[in-house]
Write a protein that binds this ligand. Structure first.
Ligand code: GAP
Length: 517
């Protein structure tokens, strides 16, 4: 899978109604996406499969659907207010803003060539570098030579310049305010009163943050915290015995500095997380159990399971709350990258919330007659990132010979039948002789059974098959002259293109059986 194929997938997503750029007619909003008629079906199918496996097929996991906006103290206690930040830097030459920890690495003293978008910008940058930083550089077209890397260990990812601002920590949480009190009013009053007059930039920033903080609330950056905060309510109301889990799916928001690779990293995305509470001392066993379970789940719906791998975090990579962590990674067109993290969060979160809320958060094990704070194993997956993975996994191009004997490219989205947005298409061979009526009757039988079926009569039958191959419909049923005579219908398999006849009266049960894989 190359970058070129990635572009083909992005374009297929728009053309066929999977994913659109948000606010497209206004030029789009950076890193925000809308899931169209087929995208929403695919997303719901992935979410449904996760819920089925994680909640409905088990007795030890229950669900939760919590608010996106929670009490601000939650984020104080969890450490997100002080620690959930990226190191942000501005390039003083090309003015781009980037994450220091994602910038290209260089060694101090390395020669670097700075490249600007055009000759005019390169000329202006040459004067700026000489005057502002006192460094002699020479220019060849749009490239400047003569600068060397400093002790930061990285350069600007856009132009390669080593001339940058200081790093500042940028909190990834979106802040808004709750209630009728407008923080701007408080800031205006402070300015009017002269309270801010003599403050330097740093003090002014702190003061303004404090003024805004009084009514500040945050859009959740992960779904996980609600499961910790509601631990007692859920455990007591459902009389749950440890080990047990709480699962949740929903929107999370992060003001990501670098948004990249289509829907891979965006500011608004969906997560599927589960907090599994266990007795301390049994946590290593459960960690192994959940990593195996989650890996098996992702591979189950894939055509290329070898593109998934498990990567343990090195000690210096571990989040402050985690005792151990594995990433389930996928081989994206740009290399291996994270899809899901499985972390041993110990008793960190329950402990922090107990302390901050002054609530005793403990579990009493009646059989063992002992009290303890459970440890937590957390499989945390990205739903929208998973959708990208299954789009990449499904995309196939193959050369086939058409009905006129010519070779052509067939694009097939080989979605697992349980994930496919449309399960079955019903196609009248021609638009006459009672075939459309019969086809509609069959579609209605599917819809009545909750199976997403589509009626399609536009264009020649070959083109219709191709259209459904491209959106990943696993089965096409074609109504022809024989259907009206003998009550049989052709069923075509998307992947093998093989066709066979089945009885119309068996169509729903046959497809249901094929979907139950
Ligand atoms: N509760 C732990 C937690 O949120 P995480 O590794 O930050 O852990 C879990 O997020 C998963 O959420 C990631 O593995 C990824 O699939 C998804 N995710 C995180 N940030 C994302 C973003 N900006 N855009 C899309 N998906 C994201």
């Amino acid at each position: 899978m190359s970058d070129d194929q990635m572009q083909k997938i992005v374009s297929l997503c728009k053309r066929r109604g999977f994913v659109f750029q948000s606010s497209d007619i206004y030029g789009g909003l950076r890193s925000a996406y809308d899931y169209g008629p087929l995208g929403v079906e695919l997303k719901r199918n992935i979410a449904q499969e996760w819920w089925r496996r994680m909640v409905h097929e088990r007795e030890d996991v229950v669900g939760l659907d919590a608010s996106i906006i929670m009490h601000p103290k939650v984020w104080e206690a969890s450490g997100h207010l002080s620690g959930f930040s990226d190191p942000l830097v501005d390039c003083k030459v090309c003015k781009s803003r980037f994450r220091a920890d994602h910038a290209p690495e260089v060694s101090e003293g390395d020669a670097v060539e700075i490249t600007l978008p055009d000759k005019g910008k390169a000329k202006a940058a040459l004067i700026q570098i000489q005057e502002q930083f006192g460094v002699e550089v020479t220019r060849s077209k749009r490239t400047l030579s003569g600068a060397v890397a400093g002790d930061r260990g990285y350069v600007c990812p856009t132009c390669n310049s080593p001339f940058m601002s200081e790093e500042r920590q940028f909190n990834l949480m979106f802040r808004t305010s709750l209630g009728p009190v407008d923080p701007l009013g408080r800031i205006a009053a402070a300015i009017e009163s002269g309270d801010l007059a003599d403050l330097d930039t740093r003090a002014l920033r702190t003061k303004l943050t404090d003024l805004a903080a009084e009514s500040a609330v945050y859009l959740r950056p992960e779904t996980a915290q609600a499961m910790f905060v509601q631990f007692l309510n859920i455990q007591r109301s459902m009389s749950l015995k440890v080990p047990f889990g709480i699962a949740q799916q929903g929107r999370s928001f992060r003001n990501e500095i670098t948004t990249e690779h289509f829907i891979f990293r965006s500011c608004e995305f969906d997560q599927m997380e589960m907090e599994f509470f266990v007795e301390p001392g049994t946590d290593d066993e459960w960690m192994e159990y959940w990593t195996n379970e989650r890996m098996t789940w992702w591979k189950r719906y894939s055509n290329e399971p070898e593109r998934f791998r498990l990567r343990p975090h090195a000690p210096d990579e571990l989040a402050h709350y985690a005792k151990g962590c594995f990433d389930i990674e996928y081989l994206y067109p740009w290399g291996w990258g994270e899809l899901e993290g499985i972390a041993n969060r110990t008793d960190y979160d329950l402990g922090k919330h107990a302390k901050a809320s002054k609530t005793k958060i403990e579990y009493f094990d009646q059989e063992k007659n002992k009290k303890y704070v459970p440890f937590v194993i957390e499989p945390a997956a990205g739903l929208t990132r998973g959708l990208l993975v299954y789009l990449l996994d499904a995309y196939t191009e193959e050369t086939v010979t058409n009905s006129k004997g010519k070779e052509e490219t067939r694009v097939v989205m080989r979605f697992h039948p349980r994930l496919a947005p449309v399960k079955v298409a019903v196609l009248p061979l021609v638009k006459k002789d009672g075939m459309p009526e019969k086809a509609r009757e069959i579609v209605e039988a599917f819809l009545a059974e909750g199976i997403n079926a589509s009626y399609d009569q536009q264009h020649a039958i070959g083109r219709r098959y191709r259209r459904h191959d491209e959106i990943g419909t696993p089965f096409c049923l074609t109504v022809d002259g024989d259907t009206l005579q003998d009550g049989t219908i052709t069923i075509r398999d998307r992947d093998t293109m093989e066709q066979r006849r089945i009885s119309v009266s068996d169509a729903v049960s046959e497809i249901r059986a094929l979907l139950a894989v």
